[in-house]
Write a protein that binds this ligand. Structure first.
Ligand code: KIV
Ligand code: ZN
Length: 385
């Protein structure tokens, strides 16, 4: 049987940090309920020390949703951790996500510390959090650029201190899939107490590799993925939930299964895009307007013969009623025939050829052709008949 892959959604924390995406508490509750219905396992609700508003939102979300584990972020600072624990007091199941930078860059230039002192701080933070809540997750910030031997020691130390999930962020989106996968494999093979924890991926999309890196992590033993809806997040964004979930559903050779109700993906994506005022690019995988739209003649003909010629996902699987055959100057006779027959004009042979000629002239002067234009084309055709 496939292993469970835990879906950790950080739309309301890493996603909501994006300029212009800020939500008020009521809007966050709407998003949290949509994510709960979608079936996420862990919902990172915010960074409570960052503002009284965020603290309040984490608390209200904890009251409003009951299925997912509610997670609150904190730095490896006791005050942060205490405030995170306070914000989770109504959560049925709460988790503190604490951590610190582990790369040379972060240790020297951000924390202005030493590897030893950072490790001590990490262990102290995890122990402190463990006294306040049952579940502690540790993030090794900028793990993608960390020295591998140090990362192994760090992960071992925080697991020994009580972390039950260890998150390995590629904070800067720097890694290539093979490199990121190798980091996860290194931890699985070299951390002596790794069986006591789940390894999580947390990838950013600076090189457009977040989904590929996340999947490489899963293929090498990670069993939690940290993702956002529509891939929103810092800079170029985080790994997108819908891409990872549908890649896993489409590839049975990836030995995991998620509990996501995929038929809710499209609706959830639209709710979040609208509330966060964050449009979705038309060619965005899975949820973009064109993700299931066929526009060239060759593809349209192929899809009309058998949808699997050009579709690897049944649109219904993600909550889209059906794929569309868009009429443009690149469309062929098969697409025109299809649309005309939907309008009640089952044309064949020379009649179809004649209307197709007129259609091409019109389509060359317009972006795309809809019902109104087709009806007027048919009107002209009948006048000339
Ligand atoms: O990208 C990152 O490293 C993070 C951590 C705070 C988990 O978002
Ligand atoms: Zn992040």
């Amino acid at each position: 049987m496939a292993d469970k892959l835990w879906i950790f959604d950080t739309t309301l924390r890493d996603g909501e940090q994006v300029p212009g995406c800020q939500l008020n508490t009521d809007e966050k509750i709407t998003v949290a309920r949509a994510l709960e219905a979608l079936g996420v396992d862990i919902l990172e609700a915010g960074f409570p020390i960052s503002s009284p508003g965020d603290f309040n939102s984490v608390m209200e979300i904890s009251k409003a949703v009951s299925n997912p584990i509610i997670c609150a972020l904190s730095r490896a600072v006791e005050k942060d951790i205490q405030v995170a624990a306070d914000s989770l007091k109504y959560a049925k199941r709460g988790r503190i996500h604490t951590g610190i930078g582990v790369s040379g860059y972060h240790i020297q230039h951000k924390l202005r510390s030493t590897p030893e002192a950072v490790m001590e701080r990490a262990v102290k933070a995890v122990k402190f959090a463990r006294n306040l809540v049952e579940e502690v997750e540790f993030y090794a910030e900028d793990a993608g650029r960390a020295e591998p031997g140090y990362l192994v020691q760090m992960v071992e130390a925080v697991i020994a201190a009580g972390a039950r999930v260890v998150n390995i962020p590629d904070t800067t989106g720097y890694c290539l899939p093979e490199q990121y996968g190798a980091i996860i494999r290194l931890l699985k093979e070299n951390v002596s107490n790794i069986d006591r924890a789940i390894i999580a991926t947390h990838c950013h999309n600076d090189l457009g590799l977040a989904t590929a890196n996340t999947l490489a992590g899963v293929m090498n033993g990670a069993r939690q993925v940290e993702v956002t809806m529509n891939g929103i997040g810092e800079r170029a964004g985080n790994t997108s939930l819908e891409e990872v979930v549908m890649a896993i559903k489409s590839h049975k050779e990836i030995p995991v299964a998620t509990g996501i109700v995929t038929q809710r993906i499209y609706e959830t994506s639209r709710i979040i895009s609208k509330l966060m005022n964050m449009p979705i690019q038309p060619n965005k995988a899975i949820v973009g307007r064109n993700a299931f739209a066929h526009s060239s003649g060759i593809h349209q003909d192929g899809v009309l013969k058998n949808r699997e010629n050009y579709e690897i996902i049944d649109p219904k699987e993600v909550g889209v009623e059906e794929s569309s055959i868009v009429l443009t100057a690149r469309s062929g006779r098969a697409a025109l025939k299809h649309h005309l027959s939907l309008l009640g004009f089952p044309l064949e042979g020379s009649e179809l050829d004649e209307v197709y000629e007129r259609f091409l002239v019109l389509a060359d002067s317009k972006r795309d052709i809809g019902r109104k234009e087709l009806l007027s084309l048919m009107g002209e055709h009948m006048d000339h008949a």
